[in-house]
Design a protein. Structure first.
Length: 363
């Protein structure tokens, strides 16, 4: 949730090309959460897709048999950073509805002091899924329609809404894979993992939630979790119960604190030039920002829709306030070499505080 600032590279929203006549107006570009070389992506994608499609015994499965497993539950597509997200809900008959939004508090003006939101509310229907293997089904988009025309604008509660026809995450899709909980992580393509790794633990060797993968655009949705404890004995998965989760998050935060302390100690004790101090402060900010993104990804799969919607609204306000605080802190050093460090440290302090606030939901 760290906006691009001086020394830190953070994510921005992307809007892609149109799909089936609906949804297509690019706004900005995404930087993935996991670095994957173009060569690696090409090699892994081709190999993994061919491995899956070699299942010659695949058979068609009735839509209600597949979709009922997660009907009415949310799938999320987001980098975990910034103020953009696509939410998708699939019903038992294969119809779906969803919403994409990208908020930029910095684009404001007369009548809309609370910034600008790019938005696409959409509905559609998937085809009947086809079984590829024990963990994977393939489907296509049968129909997709945005509720508002491209470019329509209105102001609501001091915020300008600009409607787009891009359902980001479904854009450019030909084949969409459904991954079931229990899918071996080693068999999942890097394009999918790069989007969902915020919701995975380092110890996870099988997928603990449903996933959707836009194969052509390499875009992945995080879906609802399912109890896969029965698979743990064979796969050595560590999916904790409530008590274990509290212990896990506490240990996790202790590790982050230790890494942060090491950076802060260098800033305080070593004779560093300003450029190095700026870089270290950026690392500190990114450390807490990455942890915030990780926690946010897990909350999406643990909280119910009402609680998540409420928390999302709260998070938008927090992001806006944080960015304003960073800007104000930097203005005092405007034009000076210390400004990046001051902004990064302010961002790190505020993000650390937010990490501890959100971690309470995991206890």
């Amino acid at each position: 949730m760290q906006k691009q600032k001086v020394m830190t590279v953070i994510f921005a929203a992307v809007l892609g090309v149109s799909v089936l006549g609906g949804c297509g107006n690019k706004i900005s570009d995404k930087v993935g959460t996991k670095a994957v070389s173009e060569q690696q992506k090409d090699i892994s994608s081709d190999a993994e897709l061919s491995e899956i499609k070699d299942d010659s015994n695949a058979e068609d499965v009735a839509a209600d048999h597949i979709f009922e497993k997660f009907a009415g539950k949310n799938f999320y597509f987001s980098s975990g950073a910034g103020a953009w997200e696509t939410t998708l809900v699939i019903e038992s008959d294969g119809t779906f509805s969803g919403s994409y939004h990208d908020t930029d508090a910095g684009i404001s003006g007369n009548g809309y002091p609370n910034g600008t939101m790019y938005r696409c509310d959409f509905t559609g229907m998937f085809t009947i899924p086809k079984k590829l293997n024990d963990y994977t089904y393939s489907m296509q988009i049968k129909s997709l329609k945005a509720s508002q025309p491209e470019g329509k604008e209105e102001i609501i509660d001091g915020q300008k809404i600009i409607y787009t026809e891009t359902a980001y995450g479904l854009d450019g899709a030909k084949d969409i894979y459904i991954y079931f909980p229990g899918t071996p992580v080693s068999r999942l393509p890097e394009g999918f993992l790069g989007w969902v790794d915020m919701a995975l633990k380092d110890t996870d060797t099988i997928l603990p939630f449903y996933g959707l993968y836009n194969v052509d655009m390499e875009e992945g949705f995080i879906g609802p979790e399912e109890d896969v404890r029965n698979l743990q004995n064979n796969s050595q998965i560590n999916i904790s119960d409530t008590a274990g989760a509290e212990s896990d998050i506490s240990s996790e935060l202790q590790e982050i604190e230790s890494q942060a302390a090491a950076i802060e100690n260098r800033l305080k004790t070593e004779p560093l030039d300003q450029s190095t101090m700026n870089l270290l402060s950026a690392q500190l900010y990114k450390l807490w920002d990455d942890e915030l993104n990780s926690i946010w990804g897990r909350l999406k799969t643990t909280l119910d829709s009402a609680a998540m919607d409420k928390l999302t609204q709260e998070e938008k306000k927090w992001i806006s306030n944080k960015e304003n605080a960073i800007e104000q802190a930097g203005l005092e050093y405007d034009g000076g070499t210390m400004r990046p460090m001051v902004e990064n440290q302010t961002g790190a302090d505020l993000t650390k505080q937010r990490v501890y606030e959100l971690s309470q939901y995991l206890k």
